[in-house]
Design a protein around this ligand. Structure first.
Ligand code: ASP
Length: 339
């Protein structure tokens, strides 16, 4: 190839790379809440999708990480650490609401394009469980570490012990103790698990979840978020899915794995999420959890099409792509809280 042709090819590649990354970061601050999901169509990759409002800041950090050449799972870790470090996010990491004994216990998992995954559950006093989950993936022969073993591993990897119970969360726990009634308040304050999926510019998938789980849970309770197949699943040939909501219901139905299997059979991300939410509804309509049951899924397929669906209204997700920037979308839902 002549040096001029080489130069033109390089310049063209450079502009593709630049334009792929031009749309997201700067727009996060002014992102507005849309009323409905943008019609399904392939969007310009990369695509980053995260649950809830705190997904916006996480998406922006993940986008910037991709932009400077980081891998998908590095971008997942970078993005999710933003929510973990933010004490205003009362359902993730530092500042997360504690269990009924006043202990903040954390669950997280991460998965890459090769189906390698790492997970921690019931982890205490470590601010960034998503980073520990990544270390489990990279430094151990295992997928999951839990409780004291997960903490010992984190300390051996150089993580520091920190008190994660903020004064606000302690106060909320003391208020709760007055009645001590366990009734999860999922999505009422729009502060729940952050689950993130990325399809990078090359079309490779990665994903992660991190959470302090259901507030006032029993000590030792583990939700769906660190369980590969429940809170998160991806298959690089097909797509990825992730969940938020009442973890017990997502575990009972292997929710995220099922969404991916439906996409494998040709369903769109929206349709696949909807079918699994319907299944969860059917399995739970006479269940004791029904009065407070909420579940929401996000999904992205190999083409970069994305979608979501929830059992009840109130769920939203942050979506960032090279076409329309970083913004909130509200997916469809089956029923309202009054139904
Ligand atoms: N799925 C989380 C759990 O059950 C909670 C949430 O997403 O709000 O631990």
């Amino acid at each position: 190839m002549s040096s001029r042709r080489k130069f033109i090819k390089k310049a063209a590649l450079g502009s593709v790379a630049l334009s792929a990354f031009s749309a997201c970061g700067a727009q996060a601050a002014e992102a507005i809440s849309a009323n409905k999901t943008i019609p399904l169509k392939p969007v310009k990759k990369p695509v980053i999708i995260s649950t809830w409002n705190h997904g916006l800041a996480a998406n922006e950090a993940a986008w910037n990480a991709l932009k400077i050449g980081n891998s998908g799972i590095s971008a997942i870790e970078t993005g999710l650490k933003i929510s973990e470090a933010d004490p205003k996010v009362r359902s993730v990491g530092y500042g997360g609401l504690p269990d009924r004994e006043g202990k903040v216990t954390l669950d997280a998992c991460i998965m890459d394009q090769n189906s390698d995954c790492g997970s921690v559950s019931f982890l205490q006093d470590i601010k960034h469980p998503i980073s520990v989950a990544r270390k489990v993936l990279e430094e151990t022969p295992h997928v999951m570490l839990t409780g004291k073993g997960a903490q010992d591993f984190a300390l051996a990897q150089g993580f520091k012990k920190e008190n994660l119970l903020t004064a606000e969360s302690e106060k909320a726990w003391k208020n709760w103790l007055e009645k001590s009634k366990y009734q999860p308040v999922i999505n009422i304050e729009n502060h729940d698990t952050i689950s993130m999926l990325i399809i990078d510019a090359d079309g490779n998938l990665s994903g992660g979840c991190t959470t302090s789980g259901a507030a006032w849970k029993m000590h030792g309770r583990v939700g769906d978020s660190p369980i590969i197949g429940a809170g998160l699943f991806l298959d690089n040939e097909v797509g990825g899915a992730a969940a938020t909501g009442l973890g017990e219901a997502v575990i009972r139905t292997a929710g995220s794995a099922m969404v991916v299997e439906l996409m494998r059979q040709g369903k769109s991300p929206n349709e696949a999420c909807k079918i699994i939410v319907e299944r969860i509804y059917n399995k739970h309509k006479n269940h004791k959890d029904m009065p407070y049951l909420q579940v929401g899924f996000i999904a992205v397929n190999k083409q970069g099409e994305y979608g979501g669906y929830s059992l009840r209204g109130g769920f939203n997700f942050a979506i960032c792509d090279g076409e329309n920037g970083n913004r909130m979308e509200k997916p469809d839902f089956k029923m309202t809280w009054k139904d």
